[in-house]
Design a protein around this ligand. Sequence first.
Ligand SMILES: NC(=O)c1ccc[n+]([C@@H]2O[C@H](COP(=O)([O-])OP(=O)(O)OC[C@H]3O[C@@H](n4cnc5c(N)ncnc54)[C@H](OP(=O)(O)O)[C@@H]3O)[C@@H](O)[C@H]2O)c1
Length: 198
Amino acid sequence: MGQLEGKTAVVTGGSSGIGLATAVRLADEGAYVFVTGRREAELEAAVKTIGADRATAVAGDIANLEDLDRLYEAVRARGQGLDVLVANAAIGSFMTLEQTTEEHFDQTFAVNARGTLFTVQKALPVLNDGASIVMVGSPTRSRRPIMPNPLVGNRGSPWCRPVPLSRTWMTSRPAAARILTCTAEAERACLRTLVRPS
Ligand SMILES: NC(=O)c1ccc[n+]([C@@H]2O[C@H](COP(=O)([O-])OP(=O)(O)OC[C@H]3O[C@@H](n4cnc5c(N)ncnc54)[C@H](OP(=O)(O)O)[C@@H]3O)[C@@H](O)[C@H]2O)c1
């Protein structure tokens, strides 16, 4: 018997990459998994990979609050609450400071910061006691005051590029994921931790 038998999980961005691998693992441990993403064909393929009897696809954009409402309505309609939320969906076309446009900045923050925050906030009413929220971030910290070389990826200061900046608010340490355990009583404390940049 898997460790998550009888549990329900949501994985945003569960149609590819780290999100899909996570969804497969959660289902292998016995969880029923809701996966989200914007592209429906990829989502349907993901459900086949995870197992059609163990997963539901809910197409949507985490930057769209109505789409998030539809996602959690589907979870609510299943009637078993939510035990694991993996807030994984993000976008990341890296640009140098010189290349950064207003549109790139706004889109990056709409998904990575605003979308992730509301993914968590809107999950709170359906969380079961002892539920876990896993926030997938990026290692973006550096002691360097400015990025000396635009080709060095995550090294260098996050503060002058939208993608690392949009991820830094939720990763206070250079770790790829931050795990927070919520009980119903701890929901507010948990949310405070999530929104406070460190
Ligand atoms: N891969 C790495 O080396 C790496 C390193 C550090 C951190 N990370 C973090 O790991 C996470 C996953 O990365 P990945 O490499 O696995 O990415 P990926 O393969 O590009 O997958 C991203 C997933 O998120 C979905 N997605 C993107 N924007 C979305 C939106 N607005 N609304 C809903 N779903 C959306 C995508 O589906 P659609 O496009 O169909 O929406 C896709 O399923 C991200 O949070 C990323 O920042 C990755």
